[in-house]
Design a protein around this ligand. Structure first.
Ligand SMILES: [Zn+2]
Length: 417
């Protein structure tokens, strides 16, 4: 069989997704099957043990590093060549699904099992990794394991992080579950390339009837908290011209950021998702409103433009409405652009396999954005039913799982030549 005709076994992959999903399984009101495997809990250990067992069954060389990242490698024919890496994470949020992260790791194993089954050798080694604490649900920040892997955070600092739930030290929990490994971290051997298969976690692919998302990068994020102080007053007796109404200002800002998305263009999105009104009474002009503005864009200069326009509008409203507005940055991450040649390869591969494709940015963070600091990186998205993720009802159709894994197989094959 020619390499181009090689395909993964969709049923075998699905069976592993189901089997891993049974570890930490949770059930929804309508029989949905979800997953709760918070990082470095007993359930995480059980999930890790299961996946590492599969890695060893495939004859892979398994390495565990100082922060508990697990990398399993199938040797290539060129002993000097750097590995092509794939993978993701197997930790979940407390009300998570069976696909987020798990798909990328298990599809990586399926790629290797397919090569083994057909006796296909590759020049470069192929590695499948799962990174510690991607979700950040228990230990902040998220993507912690891959961040440490690429040298973005010192191991000692990461080991000292405390759990949000029970205050446990990350290093102690890692030790408790038996996943402190001898391999140095950050890695001494950057991969030749990294390609991650992941569910979209959003509605775009399903909405447009597209099978494969070709991910161009990860959006930058800007969170600003605005505290608007006005003057509390009687709703019946205070003339409109004498009001200093912070909720009116908050409403103006809310509609402004919606208009802003059309003006800045591109992938700009803007959300006001939190509003705290005081005293929040039917017949009182409020005294204070606290609100959060979430701005995201794949283009850093466009994101800065959006931030600048928001700041101008806030200043204008502050003067015009005689309120005082406090500003505080809650989060700021620059966008990440994946490697154009690797992104092109994913797109060509998906089309060659007969799938519909769409280029899109990732709205969520992924381990791939950390790996992008050290090697050419790309991602493949498969559709999420109803756009749901971090939800017990998270689901991806078996046919889409198979399609995504085949695109991964053929992309990895090409990169490992
Ligand atoms: Zn994920």
């Amino acid at each position: 069989m020619s390499r181009d005709d090689l395909r993964i076994d969709g049923q075998r992959l699905w069976n592993r997704i189901v089997a891993l999903g049974e570890v930490g399984a949770i059930t929804g009101p309508n029989g949905e099957l979800g997953c709760a495997r918070l990082a470095l809990t007993d359930a995480d250990r059980e999930g890790r043990d299961l996946v590492v067992g599969w890695m060893r069954d495939l004859g892979l060389q398994v390495s565990i590093d100082a922060i508990g990242n697990v990398v399993a490698t199938r040797a290539g024919t060129d002993p000097t060549a750097a590995a092509v890496m794939t993978g993701s994470h197997i930790d979940t949020v407390a009300t998570g699904g069976r696909f987020d992260g798990n798909l990328g790791v298990l599809a990586g194993l399926e790629v290797i099992e397919t090569l083994e089954q057909h006796g296909i050798a590759t020049r470069r080694p192929i590695s499948v990794a799962f990174f510690t604490d991607e979700e950040g649900a228990r230990f902040a920040p998220d993507m912690l394991g891959s961040l440490v892997y690429v040298g973005g955070m010192a191991v000692e600092e990461a080991l000292d992080v405390r759990a949000a739930d029970d205050g446990a030290r990350l290093g102690d929990e890692l030790d408790r579950i038996g996943y402190v490994g001898p391999t140095p971290c950050p890695t001494a051997a950057a991969p030749a390339a990294y390609v991650e298969l992941h569910i979209e976690q959003g509605p775009i692919l399903e909405d447009e009837g597209v099978t494969i998302g070709v991910v161009e990068g990860v959006q930058g994020i800007s969170w600003t908290e605005l505290t608007i102080d006005g003057r509390s007053a009687h709703a019946g007796t205070t003339p409109m011209r004498l009001r200093r109404d912070p909720l009116y200002v908050a409403a103006e800002i809310t509609t402004f950021v919606r208009r802003l998305t059309a003006e800045v263009g591109g992938n700009q999105v803007a959300t006001v998702g939190r509003l705290d009104v005081r005293p929040n009474l039917v017949n009182v002009v409020p005294s204070t409103v606290t609100m959060n503005v979430d701005l995201r864009n794949t283009d850093e200069s466009a994101l800065q433009e959006a931030e600048r326009r928001l700041a101008d509008e806030v200043a204008r409203l502050e003067a015009a409405e005689q309120v005082t507005i406090g500003r505080r940055s809650l989060a700021r991450f620059e966008p990440v652009q994946f490697d154009p040649a690797t992104v092109d390869l994913v797109e060509e591969t998906a089309r060659r396999l007969g799938h519909t494709t769409r280029r899109l940015p990732s709205g969520a963070g992924h381990d791939a954005q950390m790996l992008a600091r050290v090697c050419p990186t790309a991602m493949i998205f498969t559709p999420s039913v109803n756009g749901l993720s971090h939800n017990i009802a998270e689901y991806t159709d078996p046919a889409d799982v198979t399609a995504g894994a085949n695109v991964l197989l053929q992309t990895v094959l090409r990169l490992s030549e």
